[in-house]
Design a protein around this ligand. Structure first.
Ligand SMILES: [Zn+2]
Length: 384
């Protein structure tokens, strides 16, 4: 692995131990741990004197290490999580190759890079990328992997970098020694992170998605190495399961799903029509109840929605409960007044129009209560 010299020796000098927001943080002197987020890369993990490293971060020129348990001040050799370092090296080298492939294929520049625990992202300077271009970039990146080119590390001064054809010019703020990562004639860029020794060690590079960001950039999601293998394993498992559930080959899954969607849409329409017909019948029965001024019913949401439309609600209030929410409707009374009263008594939320409103509360309300409230709100005032 190509590791910057500073991080080759995994020793940590613990100078002080602090409690920060209930977390144990070691203040270090000399520290061979790579900090999280530095250069867009993930940080090191491992054990210091048997206790787990949870986070490594820089603050005021010092490296701080958040750990699981107490560690006495002293000098420790860290048991580094080397498989994590290899994973980081694969993702990082994969990113260099991918960014360079974007330049080679379509002259698309990488603006920024971020490595996450599950995938990496690069933001490139175009708002949209054709899928054929993405495929070409991915193919070229993987050809570079298969050619197993040497990944070379060059340490030079910032002034000397002008002699190299860097993919991205060095920021004017950088001075002193600069580390360049060179992949033969394919790419050279300044970088302080972990890389593999050869492109072959990256294994495979897979673009897993794109998204338009910040108006004019595209965020490209990618995985490399073992992460790419895990990604394929997960997707293969899902596809296999889908294929079994749908009794269709992987190639037929899409056709089968579209068919199921069509069927679901047709059934939805049928259900809606049946609910409407049923609501019409219920509405007739409600009307035959005659003098009753408050009509209370329970049933399916679909039916309730149509009931308010077809019931004769002159001089009546209909309350329909679908096990989740109450729908109140009337042609004579302002049902918002009813909802406000319910909110006053039982809390919950609701509102709507004078002729149609909804009300929702955590616990169902006994139906007798509605009659009481109705009498208090409307009947009494009418009798006066
Ligand atoms: Zn790098």
């Amino acid at each position: 692995m190509r590791i910057p010299e500073k991080y080759l020796e995994p020793t940590v000098e613990v100078r002080d131990v602090q409690q920060l927001n209930g977390k144990i943080v070691l203040v270090t002197g000399k520290c061979g741990l790579y900090p999280d987020g530095k250069g867009g890369q993930l940080g090191d993990r491992g054990l210091i004197n048997g206790t787990s490293i949870l986070r490594v971060f820089e603050d005021g020129g010092q490296t701080l290490v958040e750990v699981e348990g107490y560690v006495e001040p002293g000098i420790y050799r860290v048991e580094l999580d080397l498989s994590r370092r290899m994973d980081i090296a694969q993702q990082h080298t994969g990113q260099h190759i991918l960014s360079a492939a974007f330049v080679h294929v379509a002259d698309i520049e990488t603006v920024s890079f971020h490595m996450g625990e599950e995938y990496s992202t690069i933001d490139v300077d175009v708002p949209y990328i054709e899928s054929s271009v993405l495929k070409e970039v991915e193919d070229l990146a993987n050809r570079i992997v298969q050619q197993d080119l040497a990944v070379q590390e060059i340490v030079t001064t910032s002034e000397q970098t002008g002699n190299y054809n860097l993919r991205k010019p060095l920021s004017g703020k950088i001075s002193g020694l600069v580390r360049l990562i060179k992949i033969e004639d394919f790419d050279i860029s300044a970088c302080g992170g972990f890389h593999t020794d050869t492109t072959g060690q990256v294994g495979i590079i897979k673009i897993i998605g794109t998204e338009k960001v910040k108006g004019e950039l595209t965020r490209v999601y990618a995985v490399s190495g073992f992460r790419a293998l895990r990604y394929f394993q997960k997707y293969t498992d899902v596809l296999k399961e889908l294929s079994k559930q749908l009794t269709a080959s992987v190639d037929e899954i899409l056709i089968r799903v579209r068919k199921l969607q069509d069927q679901a849409r047709e059934r939805g329409l049928l259900l809606s029509r049946l609910s409407e017909e049923y609501a019409k019948i219920l509405a007739l029965n409600l009307t035959s109840l005659g003098q009753e001024q408050l009509l209370y019913m329970e049933g399916y949401t679909e039916v309730g929605n149509f009931l308010a439309k077809y019931a004769n609600l002159d001089g009546k209030v209909l309350i329909f409960y679908d096990g989740y929410k109450y729908t109140l409707a009337s042609k004579t009374y302002d049902v918002r007044v009813f909802v406000e009263a319910l909110k006053r008594y039982f809390g919950g939320k609701g509102g709507g129009k004078p002729e149609l409103a909804n009300y929702q509360t955590e616990k169902p309300i006994k139906r007798e209560i509605f009659f009481e409230i109705f009498n208090n709100l409307f009947k009494r005032s009418r009798e006066v």
